[in-house]
Design a protein around this ligand. Sequence first.
Ligand SMILES: [Zn+2]
Length: 208
Amino acid sequence: MKVTNTKIYDTVKEVVGEDSLKVVEFLRDKKNISDFKIAEKVKADIHEIRNILYRLYNHNLVTYYRKKDRQKGWYISYWTFNKKRIKDIMKNLHYSKMEKFAERLKHEEANKGNMYLCPSACVRVNFEKATDFGFKCPECGSILNLQDNSKTIEFLQGQIKELYRTNGFSKMGNGFKMGNGLGNGHSMVLNGNGHSIGNGHKVVKKSK
Ligand SMILES: [Zn+2]
């Protein structure tokens, strides 16, 4: 797999945050650049730049060394972008998405045709929880409606299939977005600790 710039930016954005992109864009093809220089070049405050650099460092996306500046008498850190790390992070993201979707699917299939939704979408719960709530939304008091979750199941199956298909990460970054199509903005109730996706298949973690 070729690590394109788009893949670099998508991955960094997802794990470190969009504000770090300016630093990565600047640092991408360079080596040992001081934080002062980075701040100057991307026109940002040195404190903001250091914050971003340490966040990148937490994900091993940059390396640095410190050197005492003879004239100024203080230490300056010099930073290098660690492009090799991108592939590993992409893999981790890929598998954690697979696991999350598989868990959601397992939950949806276990409660097929038996999910309850507040008309204002405050909550979405299974039959057991709905009974606990007396079929009334604990947030707004509306009567919970029975919801056909077959579309959600289809959606999740499609996502998982797509994730399997893109095991080579060919579509990383533009294919799947978490949470889309799962209903109308309500958060899913997760349960389950296995990763069976409901039809006998197991999500197998490939070791590199
Ligand atoms: Zn409600």
